[in-house]
Design a protein around this ligand. Sequence first.
Ligand SMILES: Cc1cc2nc3c(=O)[nH]c(=O)nc-3n(C[C@H](O)[C@H](O)[C@H](O)COP(=O)(O)OP(=O)(O)OC[C@H]3O[C@@H](n4cnc5c(N)ncnc54)[C@H](O)[C@@H]3O)c2cc1C
Length: 560
Amino acid sequence: MPSHEVVVVGAGLAGQRAALAAVEAGRDVALVSKLHPLRSHSGAAQGGINAAVGAEDSVDAHIFDTVKGSDYLGDQDAIEFFCREAGPTVVEMEHFGTIFSRSEDGALARRPFGGAHFPRTVYAADRTGLALLQALWERLGSERFTLYDEWDLTRVVVREGAVQGIVAFDRKGGEFAEIAAKSVVLATGPAGRIYAKTTNAHSCTGDGIAAAYDAGAALKDLEFVQFHPTALLESSILITEGARGEGGLLKNRSGERFMSRYAPHVLELASRDVVSRAIVTEVAEGRGFSGPYGGYVNLELMHLGEERIESRLTEICDYARRFAGIDPVKEPIPVYPAQHYMMGGIGTDIHGATSVPGLFAAGEAACVSIHGANRLGGNSLLETLVFGKQAGLAAAAHAERASAPSLRASDLEEATAPLRAWSSRKDGEDPSLLRAEMQQAMAVHAGIYRNEADMLEGLRKVRALKQRFENVRVVDQSGVYNLNLTDALETGHMLELAEVILVGAYARTESRGAHARTDYPKRDDARWMRHTIAERSPDGPKLSYTPVAVTSYQPTERVY
Ligand SMILES: Cc1cc2nc3c(=O)[nH]c(=O)nc-3n(C[C@H](O)[C@H](O)[C@H](O)COP(=O)(O)OP(=O)(O)OC[C@H]3O[C@@H](n4cnc5c(N)ncnc54)[C@H](O)[C@@H]3O)c2cc1C
């Protein structure tokens, strides 16, 4: 059985940065990923990465904007650490070879992003994620660690209160296998595919979050789900906030810049929860456009001129032309909000430590919490690098102290017995149908606006789907590249998380950041300045609450 000191699951920016830190600390490291590392969703990030590197900007301004953006649910001690690390992190990535865009004077170019007082988002045209991912991959150097590429994590094995390793499915080999480890870092990224309309790649199914939950780790604030205001109609492909940062305008059917009614000071550059609600309201009240793919508003770039649009928003032009038949140089882009980011995830401290000894997490799968109830654009790429490194260092230090892991053949047996039953059934549920029903239910019952009756109905549907999942059937009997099995594994993970989202959202009787309840429209600091913790129990998610760390900024009303 393979054994490593540190096993990092997930090879996006967070996983690669964790692996680099652990390799440089001298540990024997394995990187396990269901995709080739360079196919990770980090590579789809467009707009940029935040760092207060401009002369007019400051770390304090970045801290304040992040705290306010989080609707005061972010932990301020963690946010302070995060923002202080921003400048050195971006400069390090530059030294690793990331080709960032430059301004006329040769400095790192910065664009304005929502919720930020100054232009703070450093970028590489509208391909920032890919530029970072490639530079980090080269720096990591494939000869310095072991890569398990196209392996699906299915379980984290915990015994005697500590991590012993993982069980994973080797897609190419068609077998389940164990990998022993002293430390495991989960950097498995987003879970957006829980929703019908999402900007997230098909691989973003929350596997690591579900595996941590299954292993007894505490999840944090999962009810806070970010919807990005500008996704391309029909496909939900992201149109970066950088488009508004460059000067793009949002207009309704009467040609009105409607954001003037919702965020009079910063208009299109209010934070994402505010802009998404504005668009939904415009359409619901009949001021949007309607078409075969539902209601929408227009994002206009034409006034920026062809040269600027083509050079700064190259990918956006390509997506709009290819997937909507729209030329942004000549006509407006039809947009509507879609799920984009999970503020919540596996609860960690600033060193990536979870509630289970030896288990660490970083990146979008984790919740430190710096984003609180709403993440600012550009803070997530930064988070993957800052906390990926911390998790890698902590995992390396833990591995140095920990005794040898003890994985047994019975661990593999126990982890895979239910999965083998899926393939031996003669009759049962099709995982792809269960997945589609869950996605619809979550879109309708746990979307941008929420209320008690809707969420109860959503919970009823998700629990019924979980029951049907008990009888799921994998028809494909082959071992190698059995994507029917992958589909079933992912659907099972997402159903668990859908329930946690709904239970947490139902319990939180207030509106804060991305959690907007029509029946409780106000933020309630007296009762709800606290994090939701969800742990698995036989009766479903068991909730408890922990306080928010407040250092410099007492909560005040959040207006833009
Ligand atoms: C379209 C889009 C644009 C974005 N633009 C920006 C932006 O401009 N700025 C910004 O700050 N943020 C942006 N974000 C958010 C940001 O890109 C992500 O939050 C971040 O890149 C996530 O990085 P990660 O390393 O945590 O996960 P990912 O990059 O998604 O990597 C996850 C890794 O986990 C692996 N994995 C998953 N499940 C398993 C499993 N079961 N077994 C083994 N491996 C597994 C995958 O193979 C992958 O390697 C954007 C997000 C999207 C979707």
